[in-house]
Design a protein around this ligand. Structure first.
Ligand code: ZN
Length: 448
């Protein structure tokens, strides 16, 4: 009997598939050929070019972070409400941002994500070519949506630079690096810009990623300018549809939820970031109950300050329970789905990633359960694997990260990027950006 050859076998782990039935296989192998999972089951009869021992580990679909900014300055501007934070701190810094800062930010963010088991991320920020080049090397699956900001000028990308990026990247790394449009928000972009983006996105067949109804401030601003809620306003521009990914949706009414559902908009829920800026709590369970696609997100090292989807799962579950005074709200099983398959569906990638099933892309992570904070492991009916993943595990427990069948991290050693070299690049670039942002602040102070 000759055994069939595969490229990679992940052997003997507890496999949490996140399939339609939330199937957990207590001892199973995954066989990968090229970038695809070809089989999952006990003692698979394959010979593999490479094998990973998954005993003592939980095997999960890679985590999907549906909204983040690859920013550079973690922890230096803290404890402010969102609008003040944006206007006084972020926009002056963003104006000083240069391509090399973006490259450093991408190196830091992508290293952090590989080490946190995030295999797909949606970035909305500056100099997307730099981020895409880093993603080409890091091996992560990426949706990059250059952040277009009209007001204040100079703080973001322009429609022209975004078009150049989409042209250059939409087919360059097929199915792994996606190029979308990213108009920042209804208060920083004009109605004309949104209309143009809608036309262009349709012409190129790509998605639209925007911030929407993040705070009550925004609702009041948009109401006084256009006489509608931000959701109704974007709808009136034709900007809401199945290709639209709306980040936050914190300050929304039942009518807004009705519009989001009718237009089949996907929502990126950022529980930690929203809590930190005291923006409020997105009615995530209500959206899920209404049939709106909802994914989970970290929002950036600037506003979070960690890219840890385990923390987001826990925060999402806790906030829904608190907001609804109901401990049964957003149970762990659902939190895990938000961080995996539901996030994939938000990006129109639900058929390719987000669960471990034969025929899907091999985006796989291993979580090391052989640690006291993840003891005891109880399998079978009434088991605790999913509860551990949502309430007890953290990013640092991820041991191995695989995207498209390629091992990006093994035993916590990143294989595709040089961590030590990146640290030097990041320190130098951050110091340079702080100095430039300081000069920019002094200049604008003189101007005013
Ligand atoms: Zn954001």
């Amino acid at each position: 009997l000759t055994r069939e050859q595969v490229d990679l076998l992940v052997k003997g782990g507890v496999v949490v598939t996140v399939d339609a039935h939330d199937t957990i296989l207590e001892h199973a192998d995954l066989a990968v050929r090229g970038n695809t999972i070809v089989a999952i089951g006990d003692s698979l009869p394959y010979v593999a070019g490479d094998a990973i021992d998954a005993r003592g580990k939980v095997v999960l679909p890679g985590l999907v972070d549906v909204h983040m900014h690859e920013t550079l300055l973690r922890g230096v501007c803290e404890d402010l409400p969102l609008m003040e934070w944006l206007q006084q701190i972020c926009f002056p810094k963003d104006r000083s941002f240069q391509a090399h800062h973006s490259r450093a930010a991408a190196l830091m963010s992508q290293l952090e994500m590989i080490k946190a088991g995030i295999t797909t991320f949606v970035d909305i920020f500056r100099y997307p070519d730099e981020c895409a080049e880093v993603a080409e090397q890091s091996g992560l699956r990426a949706v990059l949506s250059p952040q277009i900001i009209e007001t204040p000028p100079g703080a973001g990308e322009t429609l022209e630079s975004a078009c150049r990026f989409v042209e250059a990247w939409r087919d360059r790394v097929p199915r792994r690096i996606h190029a979308w449009f990213g108009p920042h928000a209804p208060y920083s972009c004009s109605p004309e810009l949104y209309r143009e983006v809608v036309d262009l996105a349709e012409r190129y067949g790509v998605g639209i990623h925007t911030h929407l109804s993040e705070t009550q401030d925004e609702v009041e601003q948009i109401r006084s300018r256009y006489g509608m809620s931000p959701v109704a306003y974007l709808d009136s521009l034709g900007a809401l549809g199945p290709q639209t990914l709306a980040a936050h949706c914190v300050a929304i009414s039942d009518q807004d939820i009705e519009i989001l559902k009718r237009r089949d908009v996907a929502v990126a829920h950022n529980p930690t970031s929203n809590a930190k800026t005291a923006s409020g709590i997105c009615p995530a369970s209500k959206l899920v109950e209404a049939g709106v696609r909802v994914g989970l997100a970290t929002d950036s090292n600037l506003s979070n300050n960690r890219l840890d989807m385990f923390a987001e799962m826990k925060m999402a579950a806790l906030l829904q329970k608190l907001a609804r005074s109901d401990a049964t709200a957003l149970p762990s099983r659902q939190a895990l789905r938000l961080a995996t398959i539901d996030g994939a569906r938000c990006l129109g990638l639900g058929h390719e990633i987000g669960s471990l099933e034969a025929g899907k892309k091999a985006d796989i992570i291993l979580v090391d359960f052989d640690q006291p904070h993840l003891w005891p492991l109880v399998l079978g009916e009434g088991g605790n694997v999913i509860a551990h993943l949502v309430y007890a595990a953290c990013a640092a427990d991820v041991d191995t990260t695989i995207v498209d069948g390629r091992v990006l991290m093994r035993n916590r050693q990143v294989c595709t990027l040089d961590e030590r070299a990146a640290q030097e690049t990041v320190s130098a670039a951050a110091a340079d950006l702080l100095r430039r942002a300081d000069e920019e602040r002094r200049r604008s102070w003189k101007r005013s």
